[in-house]
Design a protein around this ligand. Structure first.
Ligand SMILES: [Fe+2]
Length: 309
């Protein structure tokens, strides 16, 4: 199936508490490119993203996520999504073009887990310095830097009613239910992994006692060797590590988890499998919680399961 509906998580707005520390973390260390500054906000893009920005940092007094916005393929897709949401009694707010910088109109609503989510179809494009005609294979010198992530990959959110989120994303938004972690005895879903693309997940939800919690934003890398190289860089700059280089059982992605200076978790992620819609949902249970989360040492981490912003 060609992707002609919801394309990807195109923008995440993360709350940070110190503008300069956040600028250094996401800019110099992670290697994102700062494209715009407002009084209380910084805007960044990853090098191989065409759109103007994918990460917005809002300076305030607490960490966490303000909103997550998915890009959709066409403006007509926004009307279609609005009709579907209203058909299930979701309140949908209209945000005019230009209210968010470089962005067309958006629709906004609240997920069953309390998170603010948006859809938009238009955003000014800056490109990746290679152009669209005879683009070559590597960008201009200096464009790839820091942790060298080419793009935002996926977002993991925490809240209570992840079953309702699963239904919303699969039935209304046409996402695939790719993987799940369930309690071995009660069979209750503890985490669900959803894709609108060939990626093993574009968004995931983990069951948490408190709604509207942010687990992490994940940035793509090319391969596991790049994940090890990222670990060297994160260590050099004394970035607090949650879980060092490892591989998830769920999604099979090579991973590192670490924290930005405000305590928000970031991930670098590479090599998850290619997902197709005809592949059955993969299920892990808590008897294999260690291998499901971190397959190389099959050891669950308490901080990974419990620390959210
Ligand atoms: Fe992740």
């Amino acid at each position: 199936m060609a992707i002609r509906g919801i394309l990807r998580p195109g923008e995440v707005c993360i709350r940070v508490m110190d503008k300069e520390k956040a600028r250094r973390h996401y800019g110099e260390i992670m290697g994102l490119h700062e494209v715009l500054e407002e009084d209380d906000k910084l805007y960044f893009k990853c090098w191989d993203e065409w759109d103007h920005h994918s990460v917005v940092l809002r300076v305030t007094d607490r960490p966490g996520m303000d909103y997550l916005a998915f890009k959709v393929y066409s403006d007509a897709g926004l009307d279609d999504l609005e009709a579907k949401l209203k058909g299930r009694d979701y309140e949908v707010e209209h945000i005019e073009a230009g209210v968010y910088p470089k962005s067309g109109r958006r629709i906004q609503f609240t997920l069953p887990t309390g998170h603010t989510m948006q859809f938009y179809a238009e955003k000014e494009q800056l490109g990746n310095t290679m152009g669209a005609h005879n683009p070559g294979v590597i960008p201009d010198d200096g464009v790839v830097r820091g942790v060298e992530t080419p793009g935002l990959d996926h977002i993991l959110l925490g809240g209570q009613d992840i079953d309702a989120c699963l239904e919303l994303f699969t039935e209304l938004f046409d996402f695939d239910f790719v993987e799940q972690l369930i309690d071995a005895e009660s069979k209750m879903k503890l985490a669900v992994f959803l894709s609108c693309s060939n990626k093993p997940h574009d968004i995931a939800f983990v069951r948490q006692p408190e709604d509207n919690k942010f687990h992490h934003a994940s940035f793509r890398l090319e391969n596991a060797a790049d994940v090890v190289k990222a670990a060297d860089r994160l260590g050099k700059y004394r970035v607090p590590i949650d879980v060092g280089p490892n591989r998830h059982g769920v999604t099979r992605g090579a991973t590192i988890y670490f924290f930005d200076p405000s305590g928000n978790r970031n991930e670098v992620f590479a090599e998850g499998y290619v997902h197709y819609p005809d592949i059955p949902t993969l299920t892990w249970d808590t008897d294999e919680l260690g291998a499901a989360t971190f397959s190389q040492d099959f050891t669950p981490r308490q901080s990974f399961l419990e620390v959210l912003t």
